[in-house]
Design a protein around this ligand. Sequence first.
Ligand code: DON
Length: 306
Amino acid sequence: MADLQGVLDEIAAEMSERRDRGAVASYIPQLARVDPARFGIAVALVDGRVLTAGDAEESFSIQSVSKVFTLTLALGKVGDALWRRVGREPSGNPFNSIVQLEHEGGVPRNPFINPGAIVVADILLAGHQPREAIGEILRFMRFLADDDSIVIDHQVAASERATGFRNSALANYMKSFGNLDHSPELALGVYFHHCAIAMNCRQLALAGRFLADRGRSAGGHTVVSAERARRISALMLTCGHYDGSGDFAFRVGIPAKSGVGGGILGAVPGVGSVAVWSPGLNAHGNSQLGTLALENLARAMNWSVF
Ligand code: DON
């Protein structure tokens, strides 16, 4: 293997120099306060090594990256029945778009766009109070990363709830089609809180390692079957960057999921997971330099799945 630490150091140095950092998300006011100059990257290899560079120990809001983990939990609860309520196709639309829902019976195209993740949150509620479902998600993240210090940033959750009019619209619209079992408020409560989980690159890479290691977590536990890990990765590749998924696959070629906090989690089958963070976003709401960093990493290490 090429000198991975050297490659990561080089990427972090290059990214800190760049001016074209994209724009920090501002539609969730609390996210607009983040310093756009930050850049971190971490790789958790299946052989157990963890390598980092830049601001890899600094926490950020994982936002939509959390959808990978809520999907994993929900599949564990209801199995393939989940696919009766959520599709598995790329949407070709922004993450908060409502247009397809009208013609598609209130069934979101995939679990990574906002309406899909709100249905997944509804599945995780399963008759419980949001507090219990949120607690279960947080415990899952701590278990996967083997790190009890992971927390929810309640200010981010409150900021998103206060301004989440589109997500409310999506939830209410799906409720009208009968695709939410609970009230929109309860499903959104779970959704806003899991998006507000704060983690650093090291923790996120460790948490996502099971995807690269046939379902086995960093702590050596079997979290999901190898087949399920493969299928979740397939969805990340096809849908993980919304209407930017094709371009991401073209440039990077690694199954990955982005979030508007500027984080991206990627999984290289049989090799390891990688988490990158740079808060500035491109036009699709995906980290601008995070994407470039992964493109450079995939090229240097020959990590594209293609
Ligand atoms: O619902 C929202 O808008 C945010 N909590 C999450 C969106 C997100 O991360 C989209 N990612 N690029």
